[in-house]
Design a protein around this ligand. Structure first.
Ligand code: PLA
Length: 460
């Protein structure tokens, strides 16, 4: 536990904290700096001891070492381990049966087409990104026949993958929305808290996962959102909830939608796994489409990292569904003001790959098949791991492994058991007991099952 505070003249800072959004953000951060924080949160903290030019110490000598990221740091630790039997089940990145990263065939084809097209140049994209890409991206999540698209009620901007889309959305909300509180599920992807806090919003949680049933705590969820202030922003995972792998049923989504609309709360969907949950792009967009169909406002952050395997290309988009076309175009004009000083305009290559695939009927079809194959392989891994634990008579009910959806299994293993598995079996995973099923293969399932068995029977 650390306690941090501004070392500089406080009254100066207080004077500066007026109403503009940057100042609000400072005020939120300074508030956080005065609170006890854990190691994870410390990663986002500004140095508590700014280096002064009069000091004889080297510059930044007082800069504290930040901890590694709880997810990406797992890969750092894995890379340092010289053992050949090591297994990385930390970050959610798809691997083949051979344990290798996969570039989709359809992506290779699209890249070839792009390289062969001599008319393509490397000019800057517009601030909002590649027009074909943003149009097709909105269609992918909302459906081609969506009335919101047909009525020009949606503005879509190309952003830096899912993270960048959430970040731009958060910045926009901090500047233009009257409610400053966002409710995120407990638990959720660890970066959500940091993204929204840094934008100047206040982050609160709503109950989501019930560790006893290993299912959705729908009662707690409805109670918490029911007692949230009206207008609050609500972050929802469109499908394949990370880290739990637990999604609401369609009926439960409908209950959630009714509650959110009745309290005029603002839904913000994080869609990082469209196609990865069920293997069907349309099926995995049902939650979002349910909300958009009622005509209310909605934010959607999309990522092509997982479903097109474009992790490092950083392709994503933010769509904001508004009630009128005029509002949508004004919102877009303000999004440009958010983006321009952040990174000016987005990169061209990844978005060109996506739009090449989305606009060609054959390539699109081929993509859906490759996507389904990835989703199916993950489902097969679930079955194999479940069977392997049953065969070992590992104590406990492991049926959640086959019930959960998407890239991750939320095993229920505790921090000590995870540490044991890393130390004794060189299995790398996040300390909350999440494993990336996409990192497993038939060859490595027995090793993981042995490790889980040993952890459960020898570490409490
Ligand atoms: N939203 C959720 C729910 C995610 O799980 C992730 C990625 C993102 C957004 C952002 O992805 P992008 O910016 O790469 O598009 N989560 C990963 C990787 C797969 C990570 O932590 O960055 C994870 O292992 O949880």
């Amino acid at each position: 536990m650390l306690y941090l505070f501004f070392a500089s003249d406080e009254s100066e800072n207080v004077k500066k904290m007026k109403s503009c959004s940057a100042d609000r953000r400072l005020s939120v951060i300074s508030h956080h700096l005065l609170l006890p924080i854990n190691d994870d949160e410390a990663a986002i903290i500004i140095s508590p001891s700014p280096t002064s030019s009069s000091s004889s110490d080297p510059l930044f000598a007082n800069t504290p070492r930040a901890p590694e990221d709880p997810i990406l740091g797992v890969t750092v630790a894995y890379n340092k381990d010289p053992t050949p039997v090591k297994l990385n089940l930390g970050v959610g990145a798809y691997r083949t049966e051979e344990g290798k990263p996969l570039v989709l065939n359809v992506v290779r084809k699209a890249e070839q087409l792009l390289v062969n097209d001599r008319s393509r140049v490397k000019e800057y994209l517009p601030i909002v990104g590649l027009a074909d890409f943003t149009k097709l991206s909105a269609k992918l999540i909302l459906g081609a026949d969506s009335p919101a698209i047909l009525g020009n009620l949606v503005t879509t901007v190309q952003c830096l993958s899912g993270t960048g889309s959430l970040r731009v959305g958060a910045e926009f909300l901090a500047r233009h929305y009257y409610q400053r509180t966002i409710y995120i599920p407990n638990p959720t992807w660890g970066n959500h808290t940091k993204i929204f806090t840094l934008a100047g919003l206040t982050v609160k949680t709503y109950r989501y996962y019930d560790p006893v049933t290993r299912g959705l705590n729908i009662k707690g969820l409805l109670e918490d959102l029911g007692s949230a202030p009206s207008g609050a922003i609500v972050l929802l995972h469109a499908c394949a909830h990370n880290p739990t792998g637990v999604d609401p049923t369609l009926e439960q989504w409908e209950q959630i939608r009714r509650l959110i609309r009745s309290k005029t709360m603002l839904p913000f969907f994080d869609s990082a796994y469209q196609g990865f949950a069920s293997g069907s792009l349309d099926e995995d967009a049902r939650s979002v489409r349910l909300f958009v169909a009622d005509g209310g406002e909605c934010f959607i952050a999309q990522s092509y990292a997982k479903n097109m395997g474009l992790y490092g290309e950083r392709v994503g988009s933010l769509s904001i569904v508004c009630r009128t076309a005029d509002v949508a175009s004004r919102v877009e004009s303000q999004l440009k003001l958010v983006i321009r000083p952040m990174y000016s305009n987005p990169p061209i290559h990844g978005a060109s790959i996506v739009s090449t695939i989305l606009k060609d009927r054959n390539l699109y079809q081929e993509w859906t098949l490759e996507l389904k194959a990835m989703a199916d392989r993950i489902i097969t891994m679930r079955k194999q791991l479940f069977d392997a634990l049953r065969a070992r008579e590992t104590p406990g009910d492991w049926s959640h492994i086959i019930k959960q959806i998407g890239m991750f299994t939320f095993t229920g293993l505790n921090t000590k058991q995870v540490a044991f598995m890393t130390r004794e079996y060189h299995i790398y995973m996040t300390s909350d007991g999440r494993i990336s099923m996409a990192g497993l293969s038939s060859r490595t399932v027995p090793h993981l099952a042995d490790a889980i068995h040993a952890a459960v029977t020898s570490v409490v």
